[in-house]
Design a protein around this ligand. Structure first.
Ligand code: PEP
Ligand code: MG
Length: 326
């Protein structure tokens, strides 16, 4: 079975009806890029930069150190796009600062996390933006912002990006004018108000891990409620389907980079909803690809309509069973 999977590695990723599907890798450290390229991905769909900050260190990496790390990934990918997500600390990923004076939040997942933290530390955010901008001179870079929900956060982010560009210009640092800007859709408010995002961003990426957590009010790291963490809850499915539909209508590309994209159980469902870009952990790449190669999109689209119309568990199970058979 493993050998059969390995043979899939360099064949084109497309459905039975010939629709090309993009398979991207999720990585956490610059060293992971070489393995991603060797695995046959068409790019990095999610580089979680917080791991650079969290590696047993007590200070934050400066601009040069970050720039070197980002450039290393961009160069390793040899012209394929690299999606670099700005730091997502807080909640399950606390910053390891020895002299951190931050009080422990009662509800960290609802607190100062990801872009909220970055906007509260504009100097550190600008440092990271400049480092990413400079890396874009070495290959195609897509800048991805986590955990946005509010129009005002979008405006502040755009403004800081403009500032970072100006700072690079002033310092004689080059960056690409082709840099694409994207937003994570991982808060239910963002999925429901996706129109707001379609106006301001070149691409979207759905973070199902957090989207499920926040839609169902289930802490993703709390084992006491893990049995209620359900990717197939109709509310979750409708938020994903809504985001994909609206983005498609607006001509904005959208990927899924949460764990759902790497679980072959959900591949047909996501394809049938219209997803054409999957970003997964490398270990999941080929099992997902195998599902894609077996899928016939027009048939799946019909079946997924039934899944989305089902609200009772028995009805939903039956619809999912049919989807698995077609
Ligand atoms: C997600 O929330 O689905 C996601 C990809 O981001 P992270 O798991 O890093 O929060
Ligand atoms: Mg997330």
């Amino acid at each position: 079975e493993q050998r059969k999977l390995q043979r899939l590695k360099f064949s084109p990723t497309q459905t039975l009806d010939g629709t090309p599907i993009g398979l991207y890798a999720n990585i956490e450290l610059p060293e992971d890029a070489a393995a991603a390229l060797a695995a046959g991905v068409v790019g990095i769909g999610l580089f979680r930069t917080e791991f650079l900050y969290m590696r047993n260190r007590y200070d934050l990496p400066g601009e040069e150190e970050q720039f070197e790390a980002y450039r290393q990934v961009v160069e390793a990918m040899k012209g394929l796009p690299v999606t670099i997500r700005t730091i997502d600390v807080g909640a399950d990923k606390p910053l390891d600062l020895r002299d951190g004076d931050t009080e422990v939040a009662v509800n960290p997942a609802l607190g100062l996390r990801a872009i909220r933290w970055s906007l509260s530390e504009p100097q550190m955010f600008l440092t990271q933006l400049r480092a990413i901008l400079r890396a874009s001179a070495f290959g195609p870079v897509k800048l991805l912002i986590p955990m946005l929900a509010h129009a005002q956060e979008i405006a502040q982010t755009l403004d800081l990006l403009k500032q970072a560009k100006r700072q690079c210009d002033d310092a004689g640092m080059v960056y690409s004018s082709e840099l694409k800007l994207g937003a994570m859709i991982e808060i239910p408010a963002a999925a429901l108000a996706v129109q707001l995002f379609l106006k301001h961003f070149d691409f979207l990426s759905i973070g199902t891990n957090d989207l499920i957590q926040y839609t169902l009010a289930i802490d993703r790291s709390d084992s006491a409620v893990a049995h209620l963490y359900d990717p197939l809850h109709p509310a979750v499915l409708h938020l994903i389907a809504h985001t994909l539909r609206q983005a498609k209508q607006a001509g904005v590309s959208v990927s899924v980079c949460g764990e759902m994209a790497g679980d072959p159980v959900f591949t047909r469902l996501l394809l049938g909803m219209g997803l054409t870009e999957f970003s997964t952990h490398l270990s999941q790449l080929l099992v997902v690809k195998q599902e894609i190669l077996r899928a016939h999109l027009p048939t799946l689209e019909m079946s997924v309509k039934e899944v989305l119309a089902a609200y009772e568990p028995a009805e939903l199970q039956a619809a999912l069973h049919r989807l698995a058979q077609v």
